[in-house]
Design a protein around this ligand. Structure first.
Ligand code: NOJ
Length: 749
């Protein structure tokens, strides 16, 4: 008797805690409660097959990133209500037609949710996300996501697989272009801005689409920068670096998460119960749904964690993956897995509840054809307002890396300008990778931008000079002769728009082909040369940095690339971008990031050989995180602290004055970093904790202040509790992570 009472008690405890795991973190509003009741009602009427259907996502033919299977069976499934979502169905007319199949044929009439990779614009294309992050302008970032949502929703899309919030410390990894760079603090703010932009104030609002924080988790940490490769990191690094932007996404109310292709600590993320069930849905209390990545359930067979697709489906469903993108493993196996008791029906119900919840929140049950209006689609895409925002966002994203002897800005009445390079007049490359329905024909090239910007008397000469790839230097001659005739040469070189992105890892991140050789030849003419770099990742450009007078980092700036670059070249806009990622000096330094640890033998001089250094190259990167020049100069005062002894419950103000000491008005990104000198575990040499982007007129000074609270100093301590520890700190404020003023303070109980 006593034993059975104990069993009962333990059972209740387990049942209570597992149900609590998903429900007790969030306080429900009345609207939430009404939705839950409606879901209860629906669930009570659905067959097991219909429920599993809601967990099933198929692709259309729009923008697939993997093999596409025959469509007839999919259509039959749609009619039966065995599909919860479609991705890659493009255009309001097509989404309407597909929704009709479901609404007019299925028993339960549960609307589909249409998803698409709307990464940096839908039709009006904004800078690639890494480039946009270089703007350090959170309002502009939010606005670009909003415009992307307005255009995508006008074309029938309810759900974007963005933002990618993966931290990336390895520029070999092609998907570095899709994120906000290497820093978890800044990455978290960018994640929030993008989610607010996509989702608006409410998912019900016109123009709002559901965002998706991806790829959960640590996908950016693939070994050797090779896409899809193994990830093996400590739990501390996972939580402190890689999960932070995901947590921020959750705080911003993101509706969905996508898990990642990689394994982590021996378990593929798609079947990783610690990540999804325990952390995301349990500890963090996430109430939206989790979608797999493309065939990532099926790929658990290759990982060697499941013997077949059926077993993979079981692992994924039990780990908390709610929707199956393109494996059809749920569709094919979940019914029998439930019947065999290997997946509980309650697990299915919980997953379906999450999917239905988002559909209710979007208002799809009120209007399944929401967003499927072809007339609206026409009026929204590429509207003048969107184009204007794309140009503004693009010019804010440009980073001035070098400007010797004030080579830039150029005069608009320059007599003859030679525009040279394989990227100077390539429309398609301007929109970069993952550009949804963006088209090259709508993009402005650098050559076009320059033509519009210069005076009517300026003579423009143009030639490609060479290809992006390839060994031929046959066309150098023409380029050299044009350069000789010019007063200044502007060269657009770098990667093609699709050399970065998914499955685009590179072992060498140099400028491909003969492009650098072309620059060498052009430099020999003695003419001033301005390099406009176009690339989706940091490149190793030591030679360029050492030899050409001016370099502009322009990433892939989107539909208005050419106009935005011209704005900067001719001084209509003073560059204000800062690198959100470190530019290595050599591939051998990778992974490289500013917030590294000190080691027991940090390099202090060039004499001691037994320290942490390379024998053949410097430790320092070519350009540090946060780096970017302006046409003007800024002088930083010493730092003033409101106190040198901060109590845990108090705060500390760090203030300084920044003066514009140059000849033009300009914006500066003032960056604050801290260092915790001694901790229960080792701490990074610097950590970004704040920044301000300020416009300062020439000759003017601006007072800047930052407030630090003990929560800003918190980290995962020895026992993995997230808190600040008392002790000594340094605080740094500067123009980049390397060039700062510093002061000290201590934190006491
Ligand atoms: C695979 C990519 O990893 C993911 O980011 C994307 O959203 C899906 N394909 C859908 O296209």
């Amino acid at each position: 008797m006593r034993t059975s009472v104990i069993y009962l008690f333990v059972f209740c405890l387990i049942a209570f805690s597992s149900c609590n795991q998903e429900s007790n973190k969030v306080k429900l509003t009345n609207e939430d409660k009404t939705i839950e009741k409606k879901i209860d009602d629906l669930l009570s009427k659905m067959t097991l097959e219909e429920k599993i259907g809601q967990m099933n996502q198929y692709t259309g033919n729009g923008a697939a990133t993997g093999p596409i299977k025959a469509r007839e069976k999919d259509i039959e499934d749609l009619k039966k209500g065995y599909v919860g979502s479609m991705l890659n169905v493009i255009g309001a007319e097509n989404t309407r037609e597909m929704q009709k199949l479901v609404m007019e044929n299925s028993r339960m009439k549960i609307p589909l949710i249409f998803g698409l990779d709307v990464i940096h614009g839908y039709k009006t294309i904004f800078p690639i996300p890494l480039g946009e992050a270089a703007s350090w302008d959170l309002d502009a970032i939010e606005q670009s996501a909003r415009i992307a949502a307005i255009e995508a929703s006008a074309a029938g899309i309810h759900w974007t697989f963005a933002p990618m919030v993966d931290i990336a410390r390895d520029p070999r990894w092609g998907r570095i272009m899709e994120g906000a760079g290497e820093d978890p603090y800044y990455g978290s703010l960018v994640a929030k801005a993008r989610i607010h932009g996509f989702q608006g104030k409410s998912l019900k609002d016109d123009g709002s689409i559901v965002a998706c924080a991806k790829h959960f988790a640590a996908y950016g940490c693939a070994e050797a920068g090779r896409d899809y490769n193994t990830v093996d990191i400590s739990n501390r690094v996972l939580h402190e670096i890689y999960l932070r932007p995901f947590k921020a996404a959750l705080e911003a109310g993101v509706g969905t998460f996508m898990n990642s292709f990689n394994e982590i600590d021996g378990t593929p993320a798609t079947g990783n119960s610690y990540l999804v069930q325990e952390t995301l849905k349990g500890e963090w209390g996430f109430r939206g749904f989790v979608v797999s990545d493309w065939n990532s359930i099926g790929e658990m067979v290759n990982h060697g964690i499941a013997k077949d697709k059926g077993e993979a489906a079981m692992i994924a469903a039990n780990a908390g993956n709610d929707m199956d993108m393109e494996t059809s493993a749920y569709r094919d196996s979940l019914v029998s897995l439930v019947k065999a008791g290997k997946v509980k029906e309650i697990t299915i119900d919980k997953a379906v509840r999450r999917v239905l919840r988002i559909k209710f929140q979007l208002g799809l049950f009120d209007d399944p054809y929401k967003y499927c209006h072809p007339e609206k689609e026409k009026s929204q895409l590429l509207s003048p307002e969107h184009i204007k925002a794309a140009r503004e966002g693009a010019r804010k994203s440009i980073v001035l890396l070098k400007n010797e002897n004030n080579t830039l800005p150029l005069k608009i009445d320059v007599r003859t300008i030679a525009v040279i390079g394989p990227l100077a007049d390539s429309k398609i490359d301007m929109i970069g990778g993952w550009s949804a329905q963006g088209e090259g024909k709508d993009a402005v090239t650098l050559l076009e931008g320059i033509k519009t910007a210069v005076s009517s008397t300026t003579n423009i000469l143009y030639t490609k000079g060479c290809d992006i790839w390839g060994d031929s230097s046959n066309t150098f001659k023409v380029a050299i002769s044009l350069a000789k005739q010019a007063d200044v040469v502007v060269m657009a070189i770098g990667e093609s728009g699709t050399m970065s992105g998914e499955a685009r890892s590179r072992a060498n991140i140099n400028i491909p082909g003969k492009q650098e050789d072309l620059v060498r030849e052009i430099l020999k003419t003695g003419k001033p040369v301005v390099i406009v770099l176009m690339n989706g990742r940091p490149l190793t450009i030591n030679w360029l940095a050492g030899n050409v007078p001016a370099i502009l980092e322009s990433w892939f700036l989107g539909s208005q690339a050419g106009n935005a670059i011209a704005d900067v070249l001719f001084g209509k806009y003073n560059p204000s971008g800062k690198l959100p990622v470190t530019f290595p000096y050599a591939v051998g330094q990778i992974p490289i990031y500013y917030n590294h640890k000190n080691t027991g033998r940090p390099k202090v001089d060039n004499i001691n050989p037994y320290c942490s250094k390379y024998t053949d190259i410097p430790n320092e990167p070519l350009f540090p995180f946060g780096f970017g020049l302006s046409y003007t100069t800024f002088e930083y005062s010493t730092l003033k602290l409101s106190t040198n002894q901060m109590k845990m419950k108090d705060s500390l103000t760090v203030s300084l004055t920044v003066k514009n000491t140059g000849q033009s008005d300009g914006e500066e990104v003032v960056q604050l970093y801290i260092r915790d000198l001694v901790g229960s575990v080792t701490r990074p040499v610097k950590e970004l904790k704040g920044f301000r982007k300020v416009m300062i007129k020439t000759g003017e000074s601006k007072d800047i202040s930052f407030t630090l609270k003990s929560s800003d100093l918190a980290f995962y301590t020895k026992d993995m509790s997230f808190k600040a520890e008392s002790g000594d700190f340094k605080v740094f404020v500067g123009t980049n992570s390397d060039d700062c003023k510093e002061a000290s303070f201590s934190l006491t109980e």
